[in-house]
Design a protein around this ligand. Structure first.
Ligand SMILES: *Cc1c(COP(=O)(O)O)cnc(C)c1O
Length: 353
C-alpha cells in the first residue's frame, strides 16, 4: 500500500464554481490555470473548464500540450513570450499573448507573418509589476494597430487591492481613462473584482482562485459565496500515544504538554506541501471533527491533539484542507494565503479525480 495521503480533486465542484462566476458576470470568462491549475493538475482542470471561453497560463509548452489534447478555447500566455523564437509557435498554435515590455515589442517587430497574433496589451495601472506605463500607451497602441503581425489587441490590467478595503477605484479610473478612446476589448478583473466590482468586468474576466473554491476575501467565506472546495488533501493517523505533562512533541520540542494528553501522528508533512510554518493550533479534521496540530511540522509527518476526538485511532481519516476544512482557514493559521497552499502540493502526493 502507498502512504495514505492523497489529494482528491472534485471536478463537479470546479464546474459549480464556474457557474458561480457566470452568475456574477455576462463577460467572457478567461479561467486562470497557471501553476499547474493552482496545484490541481493542468490537463484535468482544463478539460473540465470547457465552458469557459478562455484559459490563461504562463508556460507555452503547457499551452501547446492543451492544444495537442484538442483544446480549442482562447489560450492566453499571461507573461507573454520570453524569446523571439516563441512567436512562430504562438502563431502556429493560435495562442493569445500578453505584451508587457518594449523588449517583447522589438521581438514582435522582427516577426514577419501577417495577422498571426492576438495581443493582450498589459497596462501598469498601479501594481508596478508588469505592463507599460500609461503615458506609453498611445504610442504602443499606434505601433500595434499598424503592425502587420497583429490581428487583434485586447487591453488589460491587473489590480493590486481588489480583495481589500482599498479596492480598485484608482486603478480602474486610470485604466478606463486611458482605454476609453480605443475600440478594443478590455480585461481587468481577477476573482475578487469579478465578485465585488461589476464595473471592472469589461469583455473578459480572469478568475483564478474562486474556481478552485477558495474565497479571495478575508471577510467573506467561500461558503457564503457559494463556492465549493475542489481540492481535499487528506491522510490518516499512523500512530497514537498518550503523553504526560511536561513531555514534548516533535523537532525542537516546540510543543510541550501542560497535562497528559492523547496525540496522533499524521502521514503528511512539508514534503507533501503542508506548510512547515503552520504553528501549533492549526486546524485539521480528524474523523470529521475539528482538532489542532501540535509542534513542528516534519518532512513527512505532523502531530495532532486527539484529546477531543475520542474515537480517533490508527487509520482514522485526517483532512488537512478541503471539504469541511476551508483552505483559507488553514492558510490564515499558517500566516499565508490559500493560493500558496494549493499550488505548493508536491509531486509525491497522489492526485485522484
Ligand atoms: C493569477 C492572475 C489572475 C487570477 O487571480 P485570482 O486572484 O486567482 O482570481 C488574473 N489575472 C492575472 C494577470 C493573474 O496573474
Amino acid at each position: 500500500m502507498p502512504r495514505p495521503i492523497q489529494a482528491h480533486i472534485d471536478l463537479s465542484a470546479l464546474k459549480n464554481n464556474l457557474r458561480v462566476a457566470r452568475r456574477h458576470t455576462s463577460s467572457r470568462i478567461m479561467a486562470v490555470i497557471k501553476a499547474n491549475a493552482y496545484g490541481h493538475g493542468l490537463l484535468r482542470i482544463a478539460g473540465a473548464l470547457e465552458d469557459a471561453e478562455g484559459i490563461a497560463l504562463l508556460d507555452i509548452q503547457d499551452a501547446i500540450k492543451l492544444r495537442d489534447a484538442g483544446n480549442r478555447q482562447t489560450i492566453l500566455l499571461l507573461e507573454g513570450f520570453f524569446a523571439a523564437e516563441d512567436l512562430p509557435l504562438i502563431a502556429e498554435y493560435d495562442l493569445a499573448t500578453v505584451i508587457h515590455s518594449s523588449r517583447q515589442l522589438d521581438w514582435l517587430d522582427a516577426y514577419p507573418r501577417k495577422n498571426a497574433l492576438q495581443v493582450w496589451l498589459k497596462i501598469n495601472s498601479g501594481m508596478n509589476r508588469l505592463g507599460f506605463m500609461p503615458q506609453e500607451i498611445p504610442a504602443v497602441m499606434e505601433r500595434l494597430k499598424s503592425h502587420r503581425a497583429v490581428r487583434e489587441v485586447t487591453l488589460m490590467t491587473h489590480f493590486s487591492h481588489a480583495d481589500e478595503a482599498a479596492g480598485v477605484s484608482s486603478q480602474l479610473e486610470a485604466f478606463s481613462g486611458l482605454t476609453s478612446v480605443y475600440r478594443a476589448p478590455r480585461s481587468m478583473a481577477n476573482s475578487a473584482a469579478l465578485l465585488r466590482y461589476p464595473s471592472t468586468h469589461g469583455e473578459w474576466v480572469r478568475p483564478g482562485i474562486m474556481l478552485y473554491g477558495a474565497s479571495p476575501f478575508a471577510d467573506v467565506s467561500a461558503q457564503q459565496l457559494g463556492l465549493q472546495a475542489v481540492m481535499t488533501l487528506s491522510s490518516e493517523i499512523i500512530s497514537v500515544r498518550e503523553i504526560r505533562a511536561g513531555e514534548h512533541i516533535g523537532y525542537a520540542g516546540l510543543f510541550r504538554a501542560e497535562r497528559s494528553m492523547r496525540i496522533g501522528t499524521v502521514a503528511c508533512g512539508y514534503a507533501d506541501g503542508y506548510p512547515r510554518h503552520a504553528p501549533t493550533g492549526t486546524p485539521v479534521l480528524v474523523n470529521g471533527q475539528r482538532a489542532q496540530t501540535l509542534g513542528r511540522v516534519s518532512m513527512d509527518m505532523l502531530g495532532v491533539d486527539l484529546s477531543d476526538v475520542k474515537d480517533a485511532q490508527i487509520g482514522s481519516r485526517v483532512t488537512l484542507w478541503g471539504e469541511g476544512m476551508p483552505v483559507e482557514e488553514v492558510a490564515r493559521a499558517a500566516g499565508t494565503i490559500s493560493y500558496e497552499l494549493l499550488c505548493a502540493l508536491t509531486a509525491r502526493v497522489p492526485v485522484r479525480y
